[in-house]
Design a binder for this molecule. Sequence first.
Ligand code: SF4
Length: 393
Amino acid sequence: MVGDVAVGGHAPISVQSMTVTRTADVEGTLQQVYELAMAGADIVRCTCNEVEAAEGLARIVPRSPVPIVADIHHQYRMALAALEAGVHCLRLNPGNIRKPEHIRTVAAEARDRLVPIRIGVNGGSLHPDLYRKHGDRVTPEAMVESALTEIGYFAEVGFDLVKISVKASSVPLMIDAYRQLAEATDHPLHLGVTEAGPPPAGLIKSTAGIATLLAEGIGDTIRYSLTADPVAEARAGRQLLESMGLRERRNVDLIACPSCGRAEIDVVAVAEEAMAAFADREIPLQVAVMGCVVNGPGEARDADLGIAAGRGRGHLFVGGRNAAVVAEDEMVDALVEWAELIHAEGPEAALSRVDTEKAEREASRDRERLLTEQGDDVDDASSRIESIRRRTS
Ligand code: SF4
């Protein structure tokens, strides 16, 4: 347990993120903790790098909406101070706190307080002895050995409330390290690609590493380490778990067609506008933005709600059924309004308020007109191919 969040076993995979404020700035840090929790973080880590940070944690922990982990790097005394502040978990980097007696002291104090510790091995700050032993390279074996050595120190004082991470900025390296670690121990694992960088590359690297392992059944809690607003980290973590079916949907899952020659609107702009309008609203529906009424409603028939453009209008559909026609510049407002209605009252109740037959007639009319104007093959590929064949035969 990290506070009231279970980690490991059959517990849901949890999302973590980290504040970027000075922890001594209690109000600023708390505000960010709340933003991260809103965006999907189940657990938030704060640095505890100075006495003022530990004092800040003593004020932050009781007011936080989620459990707080104190991040400890070089000073074991900061770990003791964080425990005194009442944090729900510590993160220790074995490459930075190296004296066995210091490690044992922290573990014994955590044991007495029933506070778990994450052993956070980091490829970039591996213990120098291990680095040398493994050929002056960071290897999966060296990272796993670092974690197991730390567990050994903990065991000497009878402490085993442990979760482990073996992060690296190289995706193949971290995948190998976690696979080996999962073979070597049953402790819960915290997954992440460290220093993944700014989005989109950072998102892609993190997703590649974390999702690969989760799909193999490895991992109990995750963090995206992005060079970005940490809210983006929390949101990405939550979205990954929802998209893999590992957590229930909490926010809108916005799908949109990729657009093509048939598109009657700027699909990218409308989809972005819709993303911003839904943001972190807790509406667990799949919502579709489709560029044309010719194919849109059919292609997105499994969405809870969607809108497809046709001749200056938006055709709103619910569960594949046409529901209403709205002006093109009101499409996003209508989506938000209908999403709230469906979420509150259910799709049938929402549909009972409108004339679905009329909406279907209007959609058919626009579909027919577009087909008449554009033809069956909007990109005119068939006639081009015929012409190529004529010229080359
Ligand atoms: S929904 Fe329409 S605009 Fe979007 S990709 Fe399909 S055919 Fe093209």
